[in-house]
Design a protein around this ligand. Structure first.
Ligand code: ARG
Length: 582
């Protein structure tokens, strides 16, 4: 379905042409003076220069050729603006088409295309902490948005499962339980099926080991273990598999709690087999060059303000690094999935890393010149006071704790205000808490830092998740009282609030498209905040169920039902859902 602005623009272009002027002057925009009109066209001003006549003359001629039925107001005003208001009929037809079309008629701009969204950022053996909130929920929203707009989408968590943290754990375990068969190079039997640790132990082992990095002897052991693991030492690979199993099970549980789901649970280790051939190819092509014993890819380009440091591929000790696995991962993705687009969601402190990797990937031909590579570097979530988020003892807060704090806070409200019967308290609480948390985050521009303010995020009023949910629940309850509403057609607006709501609904498709193009879920939030506002205004100024004219009433119901369906679609894209009652 055409976006409404394109639709009106086409009509305007035709009018310019019919009046004898070039069609390209007929561009229509949303009015910047909503008090005067809904849409405007300033093309006559530009056309006047070309046709050497007064703009108002052109505007007057053009409006003669507009179809009067489409507008409730057409005005040519000095010096040559064309101001428009849509007719009730036009809007009704447009919205009825939206209502009956699949997914409200959005154009599937991603049809036939594949996007990989690399998000989450989890590292094996380390519990998720609050720094993992943003990449998980921004990534999930962007993935769902792409899917909604027709892309074939693949979300990949890209686990950190291959680095020094693995060697640290192995070295620490060896000190604690040296007699385990994993450490015996002579051992040829089958290793035990059960892991020699639980997830809680693992989460204690890693930080303990990490704290010992300063000890040169221990650090050497850890590096050696990492190296041998990567070389394929049997016992270490078996131990690594245990670490993976225990940790990934726990990570999945935590991501599930956030309603974040990955299609692929691949990691740095899966990229490893692609490294040798990739590096050989880069050397052969001369893309990788030797510099102080290391193999690097120079990535500075003409026009750079500052020289970009080269992308290091192989360090002088022969080991590969973060950039190497990211490049090898692209090789795998191109081979297996041929994506048109790869999106990476991480902390913005990794901006340079991705700039280097993207340039190196293009330069070496891992991706094609038209593969879209995009890094969404998100800002930091700070405490309510604007300072870095810390636990009372100065540590990093676990993501689980943050979620349960928010849930407890919301539960207290739900119970205190007796919002639902006791048996529904938990389910309702979960939904509101998730909405509060996710909307609180996603309504910010991804690149900006923001403050985590539980009270503000969980408020039922203002630009919050619960406010959006409340609006949806309010409509749901009206619909339930009305009865069968699903087939009711949209009618012409009979009031200003109805028309405003209808205009707001027409902005659905353009808002989704803008959010996708800018990789900005905050634009979806801004849209639903506006739409929810229009719904509530309509609700307050209209007797809906109390209307005695059944035809009118049915029209009101159809309108709020459409708005509700759109709101629910939007929050589903954002990764949360509405309770039945609130
Ligand atoms: N595990 C990494 C970290 O903790 C994030 C991974 C992001 N994705 C990527 N392809 N590099 O920083």
């Amino acid at each position: 379905m055409k976006k409404i602005l394109d639709f009106i623009t086409e009509k305007m272009q035709k009018a310019f042409e019919d009046a004898g002027y070039d069609a390209s002057f007929g561009r229509v925009t949303v009015s910047n003076r909503p008090d005067l009109c809904e849409y405007q066209c300033n093309g006559a001003l530009a056309a006047a220069k070309q046709y050497k006549c007064a703009p108002i003359q052109i505007a007057n001629a053009v409006v003669q050729h507009l179809n009067a039925e489409d507008y409730s107001m057409i005005e040519a005003v000095m010096p040559g603006f064309i101001n428009l208001k849509l007719s009730a009929r036009f809007l009704q037809t447009y919205l009825e088409e939206m209502r009956t079309a699949e997914d409200f008629g959005v154009e599937k701009i991603g049809a036939g295309k594949t996007v990989v969204v690399d998000y989450g950022g989890a590292n094996v053996a380390k519990p998720l902490h609050i720094g993992h909130l943003r990449p998980a929920i921004i990534g999930e929203a962007l993935k769902r948005l792409h899917k909604f707009l027709g892309y074939n989408t693949i979300g990949d968590v890209h686990l950190g499962d291959w680095g020094l943290q693995m060697g640290l754990i192995i070295a620490e375990l060896q000190e604690r339980q040296p007699s385990l068969p994993y450490f015996d190079p002579e051992f040829t039997g089958d290793y035990p099926e059960a892991a020699p640790f639980t997830v809680d132990e693992l989460e204690e082992i890693y930080p303990t080991a990490s704290a010992k990095k300063a000890d040169p002897e221990f650090s050497h052991k850890a590096h050696q273990a990492t190296f041998e693991l990567q070389q394929g030492r049997r016992g270490y690979r078996a131990l690594w598999q245990h670490i993976m199993n225990v940790s990934v099970t726990d990570l999945k549980k935590n991501y599930d709690n956030l309603n974040v789901h990955f299609e692929k649970w691949l990691g740095e280790s899966d990229a490893d087999p692609y490294i040798p051939a990739m590096v050989a190819d880069m050397k052969a092509k001369g893309v990788a060059v030797l510099s102080e014993g290391a193999w690097v890819i120079p990535v500075t380009e003409e026009g750079d303000k500052n020289e970009l440091p080269p992308c290091i591929l192989i360090k002088s000790d022969g080991s590969s690094i973060y950039a190497t696995t990211d490049l090898a991962t692209m090789v795998q993705r191109m081979q297996d999935w041929k994506p048109d687009k790869m999106l990476y969601v991480t902390d913005k402190r990794q901006n340079l890393h991705f700039e280097q990797v993207f340039r190196a990937a293009k330069k070496s031909g891992i991706v094609t010149a038209d593969t879209q590579l995009e890094h969404i570097g998100h800002g930091t979530m700070n405490g309510a006071d604007g300072k870095p988020f810390k636990t009372r003892d100065g540590g990093v807060l676990r993501l689980e704790t943050l979620i349960s704090d928010m849930t407890d806070f919301v539960r207290a409200k739900v119970v205190e205000n007796r919002i639902v019967p006791e048996e529904d308290v938990e389910a309702t609480t979960q939904k509101i808490a998730m909405g509060a948390l996710k909307y609180g985050d996603l309504s910010n521009q991804p690149t900006k830092d923001y403050n985590f303010d539980m009270e503000r995020f969980a408020a039922f009023e203002g630009n919050t998740g619960p406010y959006i949910l409340y609006t949806i629940v309010r409509v749901k309850s009206i619909l339930a009282k009305y009865g069968a509403w699903e087939q009711l057609p949209i009618q012409e607006a009979t009031s200003e609030p109805a028309k405003e709501l209808m205009l707001s609904i027409t902005k659905f498709a353009p808002s989704m498209e803008s959010a996708l193009k800018a990789s900005a879920p905050n634009l979806i939030c801004a849209y639903i905040y506006e739409l929810a506002g229009a719904v509530n205004k309509f609700y307050h100024e209209t007797r809906i169920l109390g209307e005695s004219d059944e035809t009118l009433k049915a029209g009101y119901i159809a309108l709020i039902a459409l708005a509700k369906n759109i709101l629910e679609t939007c929050i589903d894209i954002l990764g949360f859902s509405a309770p039945e009652k609130m």
